[in-house]
Design a protein around this ligand. Structure first.
Ligand code: DAT
Length: 172
């Protein structure tokens, strides 16, 4: 069977993971998994966060649910965190980055207000997810990419498609 890579797309909410991931799946034939949607569908939750008014992810169940699929390869995972997944799952990790004024507008348009909006923009300013990724994975496989404009999106897609094709050549 053809070997295919697993790709992690991570970064603060609103940076463009889902937009990029779905299009990348179309162009490469890899399978796109949005962990937030998956958790909602399977109700993979463990309690409720009163402060942020959202359910708390049951990380163990998410990992269990994904394990078999990840072993098969060819999965693009989209999530705004990255240290819950086993390091061995991913062949490459992309951290998308967005300028905070643009991110603020995107999250406002999504209906975020108050503390939730502030905290998410701060998460981006403090490059929290990038640092999380650099600690959780081998630094050579972690790449930051700007995700501010449609031109960035297209450039990122082209690079990722090229990387995927090269990986498949090298491993098959
Ligand atoms: P995420 O999945 O990281 O939460 P998203 O894919 O839902 O983000 O994108 C959030 C919004 O930003 C959405 O309205 C699409 C827009 N967007 C995504 N990538 C973009 C880019 N490179 N340039 C301009 N807008 C972008």
């Amino acid at each position: 069977m053809t070997k295919r890579p697993n790709i992690l797309l991570t970064g603060t909410p609103g940076v463009g993971k889902t937009t990029l991931g779905k299009e990348l799946a179309k162009r490469t034939g890899l399978t796109f998994v949005n962990v937030g949607d998956m958790a909602e569908e399977g109700q993979l939750y463990d309690g409720y966060d009163e402060e942020y008014q959202c359910p708390v992810l049951d990380e163990d169940r998410v990992v269990d649910e994904l394990e078999e699929k990840m072993e098969g390869g060819g999965v693009i995972v989209d999530y705004h965190g990255c240290d819950l997944f086993p390091e061995r799952w991913f062949h490459i990790v992309f951290v998308l980055r967005t300028d905070n004024t643009l991110l603020y507008t995107r999250l406002e348009n999504r209906g975020y207000t108050g503390k939730k909006l502030q905290d998410n923009v701060q998460c981006e300013i403090f490059q929290t997810i990038y640092e999380e990724a650099m600690e959780a994975y081998s630094q050579e496989i972690v790449h930051q990419l700007p995700s501010n404009t449609p031109e960035d999106l297209e450039r990122n897609l082209e690079q990722m498609v090229q990387w995927t094709e090269q990986w498949m050549k090298d491993h098959n």
